[in-house]
Design a binder for this molecule. Structure first.
Ligand code: CA
Length: 477
């Protein structure tokens, strides 16, 4: 098996010996195609940055994902453009915003005839597969192999749809998805190792109902997890949307049967938080273990350094922040996602990046790294220069966000807005309200300064920016 992975060494030798004169001829040689890196794209569901030790969590330990950061690049400002599962997944596949790919909420079916980076990689000779959560209603297209959970899927003994065929698989979803990915990688190595692969490993965890694996049920049992600083937010000094939303830890139905009648509302809220956050973090630990297993497998197959490995999530999550669970709002914990990329041939180990990068950038980045032309209608931008340490000119200094799903399931009013490095402007068209936050002064977004005379100039500039960005992206406000 080792022989087929010695090609890199051989190619290096050829390039080094004959130099640039042969480079033209070399490019059209079949070897050139084999030089393209493999892609392992690992995405969890609802994994917030502040539940990763490499992003500063002081509770959960994620040593395997941390290893990716230590050996690759960690993006400090990666955001989603609509903080919800299906819209974000469609944006990741297409490189487009929700008003263009059409999946504005979780119930809309993804039109599978659209271009995705997967289809383009497949056409360019990549072996493609997706294993795990899909959540786009239509069947996966552009994949040589797919095995996905129907809808949200289940944690324990889940049903999978493998190339249209349904069957129940014994075990815990995160572990099963990891094992299936390992098995697929072995098959690729044995049968198709001359072609590069692109494998999407999509975990269900740590999505609700946050069911941990049996082996971690007792993790954190003896400790109390500290509540976040905004845990007792009363939603004053904000637009009415915050108080209107129905996703408070205090009212979560998940543990209602465990609450005792004599508990005060405050005690109930505290109880719910401890139950929720411990289970959530236990799920995260299993995801991290799965990442470790995948890394070990790539090492054993001898291709770990020939593979671009990405870790991310489809959206962030409120972990008791503002007294909430779930996501949706354009507030920081909801729109921030982890993005870590390991590819030691080009990406500097232990590097970090501060640019505003988005989920719509993933598709053009992967196409670019694979040497595949990025279609003109893709709205995101390739991160290849940032990743490969090349000069980056005129990068975006603001992001555009839009959320649609209402009223169910959490009564978060539709809204849109812009975020710059310092400010965030949000508009709720239903109520006509605006929110403006100065993130330098108010990192927890507790004080809406819209309407304050000192910030009237800033508000006006941001409104112009909002309309300009919407126009450039073809959206109508
Ligand atoms: Ca999600």
């Amino acid at each position: 098996m080792a022989n087929k992975f010695h090609k890199f060494t051989r190619r290096k030798f050829i390039g080094g010996t004959f130099g640039l004169t042969l480079l033209g001829a070399f490019k059209s040689h079949p070897f050139a195609r084999e030089r393209r890196p493999n892609i392992l794209f690992i995405m969890s569901d609802d994994h917030a940055n502040h539940a990763l030790s490499c992003y500063g969590s002081r509770i959960v330990e994620t040593p395997n994902i941390d290893r990716l950061a230590r050996e690759g690049m960690l993006f400090r400002n990666c955001f989603v453009t609509n903080s919800l599962c299906a819209p974000s997944r469609a944006s990741i596949l297409t490189g487009k915003y929700a008003h263009v790919h059409g999946v504005k909420d979780n119930s809309t079916r993804f039109d599978p005839t659209q271009h995705t980076f997967i289809k383009l990689l497949h056409r360019a000779g990549y072996v493609t597969a997706v294993i795990g959560k899909w959540h786009l209603h239509s069947e996966p297209t552009g994949f040589d192999y797919w095995c996905v959970l129907p809808g949200q899927g289940e944690y324990v003994n889940p049903t999978f749809i493998e190339m249209k065929k349904r069957s129940k698989v014994e075990g815990y979803a995160t572990d099963i998805i990891t094992k299936m990915c390992i098995s697929w990688l072995r098959q690729w190595s044995e049968n198709m190792g001359d072609k590069p692969f692109c494998l999407l490993c999509h975990h269900k965890a740590p999505h609700r109902p946050w069911t941990p694996p049996q082996r971690h049920m007792k993790l954190y049992a003896d400790i109390e997890i500290p509540e976040p600083p905004t845990f007792d937010d009363d939603y004053s000094n904000r637009a009415s949307a915050a108080a209107h939303a129905d996703m408070r830890i205090a009212d979560m139905p998940d543990y209602a049967k465990e609450l005792k009648p004599e508990m005060t509302p405050k005690e109930r809220k505290r109880y719910n938080y401890q139950r929720f956050i411990k289970d959530y973090l236990r799920c995260v630990v299993a995801v991290d273990e799965g990442v470790g297993e995948l890394l070990r497998e790539l090492e054993q197959l001898g291709v770990i350094d020939d593979t671009v490995i990405i870790y991310t999530s489809d959206n962030g999550f409120f972990l008791g922040d503002h007294g909430w669970y779930d996501k949706r709002f354009m507030y920081e914990q909801s729109i921030r996602v982890p993005l870590i990329v390991r590819y030691p041939r080009e990406v500097k180990a232990g590097s970090t990046d501060e640019h505003i990068v988005l989920n719509v950038d993933f598709a053009p980045t992967l196409l670019d790294i694979a040497g595949v032309e990025i279609p003109g209608d893709v709205q995101g931008r390739s991160l290849k220069s940032i990743l490969f340490g090349k000069p980056v000119n005129d990068w975006r200094t603001a992001m555009y966000y839009r959320y649609y799903e209402y009223p169910k399931p959490h009564r978060v009013l539709p809204h849109y807005g812009v975020r710059t490095e310092r400010y965030k402007l949000i508009h709720y068209p239903t109520t006509g309200e605006w929110e403006l936050f100065d993130l330098h002064q108010d990192q927890h977004e507790m004080r809406n300064i819209y309407g304050e005379p000192t910030y009237s100039g800033v508000a006006m500039e941001l409104k112009e920016l909002l309309h300009r960005l919407a126009g450039e992206l073809g959206d109508t406000l």
